[in-house]
Design a protein around this ligand. Structure first.
Ligand SMILES: Cc1cc2nc3c(=O)[nH]c(=O)nc-3n(C[C@H](O)[C@H](O)[C@H](O)COP(=O)(O)OP(=O)(O)OC[C@H]3O[C@@H](n4cnc5c(N)ncnc54)[C@H](O)[C@@H]3O)c2cc1C
Length: 404
C-alpha cells in the first residue's frame, strides 16, 4: 500500500486548544469549548426546538441533559418507519461521515468540521444506553474507478490536494491492496484510494435510539405539530406558545423564513444480500454519475445518491434507479442477486453556497443548510449552538458557522 506524499503540517486551526495534529496537519478541537461554567449569565429555563430531524433531536437531547426544560415540535411523525409523508432528511441519509471526500466537493472548513465529527460521534454514542448494536464505524472508506475512468480518480486526488495541500489522510491502493481491504469487490479494480479518516453512522438505528432516549428523558414531544418560529415563541394552528428560547431546526421546513434556502433532491436504493460483505463505504468515480455504497447491519446496503436541483419529493425515477443499480453491479456482480428492499427520496436543505449557518439572536437561534453533510457537520453545528446558549466567548467553529 503506497502512502501519499509526506505531510507538511499546516498551521494548527484556531477552533480548539488541543495540540494533537491529524494526518493533514490539523489540530483536533475539543467539544468542551462549547460547555463549561457559565458566569453572570442566566440560562434559558424553557426552550422550544422546532423540528425533530437530526439537529433537533441532538439539540433537544443535549439541552435536556444540561437540565433545561425542552419541548420538541415535529411537523411529521417521530419514528423513522412511519409512512414517509414529510420526514426528516436524516432518515434518508446514508450516514457517511466523510471529511476528505466531502472536502473535495466543498472546502477546507467542511474538512475541519468533519474531523471534529469523527471524534464527537463516538462521544455522543457513548452517552446513549448501550444496546450492543454498533452505531458508529471508523473503518475509513475506499474510492475506486474502472480502468477506463482512472482519470476521474486522479482528478479526485488532485482536488483533494488542492483543498487540503499536503494531506496524508489517504493511501494509494493497487489491485492487491483493494482485494485485501474489500475481498468481495470486483477483481477488475486496479487502483484506488483508501481514505483512512472517514467513518459512518448506523443512522436510522441511532435516530431510533435517540428518539427513545428523548422520550425517556421526559422531553415533551409534540408530533404532527408544524410550527412557525419567532423570538421567544412558536405558533401552532392552535395559537402561540412562549419560551425563553426557540431553536429552529426545521431543515427545509424553514424555507419560508430563511432566504436562499433550497431543497436538493437525493435518491437512494436499499438492498439486501448475503453474497457480499463490505467493511466500509465504497465510492465509485465515474464521468457521468458517482455512486457510493454504505454497508448497514443485517446484510443491507444503501446505494446513493443522486443530487438533483429540484424540490420534487416524488418517488425514485426509473432513470435514477437504472444508474444506481447498474453502477452497483459493476462494483461486484454479486450485487445482481441483491433484493431491493426500499427506494427512498428526500430533499437536502441547502443555502446557495451549500454551507451551513447558525444564526443567533435574542430568543431565537436558527441552525440550517447542512446540505449533504448532516452527519458530517451536525457535531460542529450542535456544539456551536450550545456554545451560544451557554454564552461561551468563542463558540466553536464560529468563523465557519456564524460569519454569514
Ligand atoms: C439522499 C440523501 C443522502 C444523504 N446522505 C448523507 C450522508 O451520507 N452523510 C451526511 O452527512 N449527510 C447526508 N445527507 C444529508 C442529511 O440528511 C441532512 O443534511 C440532515 O438530515 C439535515 O438535518 P436537519 O436536522 O437540518 O434537517 P432534517 O433532518 O430534514 O430534519 C428537519 C425536521 O424538521 C421537521 N419540520 C419541518 N417543518 C417543520 C415545522 N414547520 N414545524 C415542525 N417541524 C418541522 C421535519 O419534518 C424534519 O423532521 C443526505 C441527505 C439525503 C437526502
Amino acid at each position: 500500500m503506497g502512502s501519499a506524499q509526506p505531510v507538511e503540517p499546516e498551521q494548527a486551526n484556531t477552533c480548539g486548544g488541543n495540540k494533537v495534529l491529524n494526518s493533514c496537519g490539523y489540530s483536533l478541537p475539543s467539544a468542551s469549548k462549547s460547555r463549561g461554567n457559565v458566569t453572570n449569565h442566566k440560562l434559558p429555563q424553557t426552550i422550544a426546538v422546532a423540528g425533530a430531524g437530526l439537529l433537533g433531536r441532538l439539540l433537544a437531547w443535549q439541552l435536556q441533559r444540561a437540565g433545561i426544560n425542552i419541548t420538541l415540535f415535529e411537523a411529521g411523525s417521530f419514528t423513522p418507519d412511519a409512512p414517509p409523508t414529510i420526514r426528516a432528511a436524516a432518515f434518508t441519509a446514508a450516514g457517511m461521515v466523510a471529511p476528505l471526500s466531502e472536502a473535495v466537493v466543498s472546502d477546507e472548513g467542511v474538512y475541519r468540521m468533519g474531523i471534529f465529527a469523527l471524534q464527537q460521534w463516538p462521544t455522543w454514542i457513548a452517552q446513549l444506553p448501550a444496546t450492543g448494536e454498533p452505531l458508529f464505524f471508523n473503518n475509513g472508506s475506499l474510492v475506486v474507478a474502472h480502468q477506463q475512468d482512472t482519470s476521474e480518480l486522479e482528478q479526485f486526488e488532485r482536488e483533494l490536494g488542492f483543498v487540503l495541500p499536503g494531506c496524508a489522510g489517504y493511501q494509494h491502493l493497487d489491485q492487491h491492496d483493494i482485494h485485501q481491504l474489500e475481498p468481495d469487490l470486483h477483481s477488475h479494480f486496479h487502483s484506488g484510494l483508501f481514505l483512512t479518516e472517514e467513518g459512518h453512522v448506523n443512522n436510522r438505528e441511532f435516530l431510533r435510539l435517540l428518539g427513545d432516549e428523548i422520550i425517556n428523558q421526559g422531553i415533551t414531544v409534540r408530533t404532527h405539530t408544524p410550527v412557525d418560529v419567532f423570538p421567544g415563541k412558536v405558533v401552532t394552528e392552535k395559537g402561540e406558545e412562549h419560551f425563553d428560547l426557540v431553536i429552529d431546526c426545521r431543515g427545509l421546513g424553514a424555507k419560508q423564513q430563511l432566504r436562499n434556502l433550497r431543497g436538493v433532491r437525493g435518491e437512494t436504493l436499499h438492498v439486501e444480500t448475503r453474497e457480499i460483505h463490505l467493511q466500509r463505504p465504497v465510492r465509485l468515480m465515474h464521468p457521468r454519475y458517482q455512486l457510493y455504497v454504505v454497508p448497514k447491519p443485517n446484510h443491507r446496503f444503501i446505494i446513493g445518491a443522486t443530487q438533483i436541483e429540484s424540490e420534487d419529493r416524488s418517488p425514485v425515477t426509473i432513470q435514477s434507479n437504472l444508474e444506481l443499480s447498474s453502477a452497483l453491479y459493476t462494483l461486484s456482480p454479486a450485487f445482481a442477486e441483491a433484493r431491493i428492499i426500499e427506494m427512498d427520496s428526500n430533499l437536502r436543505p441547502a443555502f446557495m453556497d451549500n454551507l451551513p449557518r447558525v444564526n443567533s439572536q435574542d430568543g431565537l437561534i436558527s441552525a440550517n443548510g447542512l446540505f449533504r453533510h448532516g452527519y458530517l457537520l451536525a457535531p460542529a453545528v450542535v456544539e456551536n449552538v450550545l456554545a451560544h446558549i451557554f454564552r461561551k466567548p468563542e463558540p466553536i467553529f464560529s468563523d465557519l458557522l456564524n460569519q454569514h
